[in-house]
Design a protein around this ligand. Structure first.
Ligand code: PEP
Ligand code: MG
Length: 582
């Protein structure tokens, strides 16, 4: 039966595929695709694990004391029966053969199918028998740990990412999960999935941001999607409307297939703008820069015609490493790869911004704190660990010997933080001098993402060469809206008069002082905001490569001289959204 689920549109386009449900990332199950040549071995691995559990249970049965409760024996019988159930075993094998899932994933998938069947049972006694199936599956999963590659988390395949290929099956797959951390999402880059749906997350949550950087359709905040969608269901993800259609009828499928082809044609048309300079109708040159998460993303930036990287979110180098932070040389190599990748164009490296919805990994999850977004995040985290921060600063300074590098500091609010940061940058230079290591000059920039910073521009401009407005956080902190919480997503408003005032003042003050200013939050890549930002005087936008050509198209059609008076009216209005079509 067809039904639809509504969420938040975060990455445009249409994806059509079979659902791959990954359980919550708290479940200790490996998920990766095997090669078709490995199917027999994987089935054998499963069989061995199952036999091991059967042996163990039979041993328990044999050794059971005479006075043991009768129920215990009955329970072992049930478990043994389940383990030897042909139908159950065949269903698990099906996932391995047909979908090329690894044994653990196959077992977890079938467990989920069975759980739903049990859920639908009327008899409460029978419904509760799912616990036996779960216990048996857990034992087999445990036994599989000893027999092959084991990954600790759903989203961290033990195999190198390039091996996460579709294998022999060419059915398009879409990923449906309750939640995925930004690090999880990163693991799925270049993976087989053609679309994503998650139950939780706001439009500018970091999970959504990484989904956007993958440039595949995605819907977040779809609440109960991971419970409503079943393994292997056909699913349409409409990333423009934020809708997920489950089990679509042939007519709906045909309709979306048509929309998908239209989208592809539109992309091809936009690609022709790649070499066109971003100049407005009245001759204003606009800088369109790329936001990247990994050095390899520079390729997409170049392909999209970016004239530099405006934001390299370096924290992605630090995530999912179970506390083993990258050393100076590893970081230097990564920054250098980004510099080389941009072929002489500038690269703005932002120092690490972990915390809030970007935990380093699950063992150091910041959610333990009551208000993680207000806690030890970004520069606060760096200043709390000067040796870690100095390591990163030295690596960035060394990479600057190979090209134009800007150094950007996130989440500053206090003069004392600014002074400590600058002192550490000096110290990093001295340390490199002492080692006789080559390093290059950097322009220094600060993110404006806390209202206090936007209201202390003179202080910031005394110390920094340029400012970069992080609208994602600036909106979050100005309106007191958790950007990762879908339940308050409707209050997350880039057009709130207070937000616009802070953005406009920052642009104007930088202009007055002849300092560079750009916007690097999601607002910069939102085409519906391009004209307003141009009207407010913004000339530098940094966004995901996938948005650059769309924004460029808008720039080419704009006349800033005409937009400025209209933008002033929007700024002065109590209801700016009502004036949004100039
Ligand atoms: C922002 O806050 O707008 C920003 C660009 O930083 P991040 O999204 O990484 O917090
Ligand atoms: Mg930010």
């Amino acid at each position: 039966m067809t039904f639809s689920i509504h969420g938040l549109a975060v990455a445009r386009g249409i994806a059509i595929g079979r659902a791959v449900l990954v359980a919550s990332s708290r479940v200790d199950v490996a998920h990766y695709f095997i090669e078709s040549s490995e199917v027999a071995a994987e089935i054998d691995r499963l069989r061995k694990a199952r036999d091991e559990v059967i042996d163990e249970l039979q041993r328990l049965q044999r050794d059971m004391p005479k006075d043991a409760p009768h129920e215990l024996g009955a329970l072992l019988d049930v478990h043994l029966m389940l383990l030897q159930d042909d139908e159950l075993n065949a269903s698990v094998v099906h996932w391995i053969k047909e979908r090329l899932y690894n044994a653990e994933w196959a077992l977890a998938s079938q467990l989920e199918v069975i759980s739903r069947q049990f859920d639908e049972m009327d008899d409460p006694y029978l419904r509760e028998r799912i616990a036996d199936v779960e216990q048996v599956a857990e034992r087999v999963l445990q036994s599989l740990k000893g027999t092959g590659s084991l990954v600790t988390k759903v989203s961290r395949p033990s195999r190198p990412q390039q091996e996460l290929q579709l294998g022999d099956t060419d059915v398009p797959l879409v990923l449906v999960a309750h939640d995925l951390s930004p690090a999880d999402m990163l693991q799925f880059k270049q993976s087989v999935f053609t679309g994503f749906v998650t139950d939780v997350g706001g439009k500018t949550s970091h999970t959504a941001i990484v989904a956007r950087s993958l440039d595949i359709p995605a819907v977040v905040g779809a609440r109960t999607a991971s419970q409503l969608v079943k393994q292997d269901d056909w699913v349409i993800i409409d990333g423009d409307a934020g809708v997920v259609i489950v089990d679509p009828s042939p007519i709906v499928l045909a309709d979306y297939g048509f929309k998908q082809r239209q989208g592809d044609l539109e992309r091809e048309r936009l690609a022709r703008l790649r070499h066109t300079p971003a100049i407005t109708l009245d001759g204003q040159k606009i800088e369109l820069l790329a936001n990247i998460e990994m050095p390899e993303d520079t390729q997409a930036a170049i392909t999209a015609g970016a004239i530099g990287v405006g934001l390299f979110r370096s924290e992605f180098l630090f995530m999912g490493r179970q506390g083993n932070l990258p050393g100076e040389d590893e970081q230097y190599e990564a920054y250098r790869r980004a510099v080389d990748g941009m072929k002489g164009l500038p690269v703005t490296v932002r120092t690490v911004d972990v915390g809030a919805d970007k935990p380093l990994d699950d063992t150091r999850h910041d959610a333990a704190h009551l208000n993680p977004a207000l806690g030890l995040r970004a520069i606060r985290w760096s200043l709390a660990d000067p040796s870690m921060f100095l390591t990163q600063l030295r690596a960035i300074l060394r990479a600057a010997a190979h090209g134009q590098v800007n150094l950007l500091i996130p989440m500053l609010a206090h003069g004392s933080e600014i002074r400590q940061t600058l002192a550490l940058i000096d110290q990093a230079r001295h340390e490199l001098d002492r080692r006789g290591e080559a390093y290059g000059p950097v322009r220094l920039g600060a993110m404006i993402e806390i209202p206090a910073a936007a209201l202390s521009l003179r202080l910031f401009l005394k110390y920094f060469d340029f400012l970069s407005i992080g609208t994602n956080d600036l909106i979050q902190y100005t309106l007191a809206i958790d950007r990762a919480d879908e339940s308050v997503a409707h209050l997350y408003d880039p057009l709130h008069p207070a937000v616009l005032r802070l953005i406009a003042d920052t642009i104007a003050e930088c202009d007055r002082q002849g300092k560079g200013v750009s916007v690097c939050g999601e607002m910069a890549g939102d085409v519906s905001m391009t004209r307003l930002l141009l009207g407010l005087g913004l000339r530098s936008f940094s966004m995901h490569p996938s948005q650059i050509l769309l924004v460029k198209q808008q720039v080419l059609r704009s006349d800033t001289a005409k937009l400025a008076p209209w933008a002033d009216q929007v700024l002065a209005s109590d209801e700016p959204s009502g004036l949004m079509t100039p």
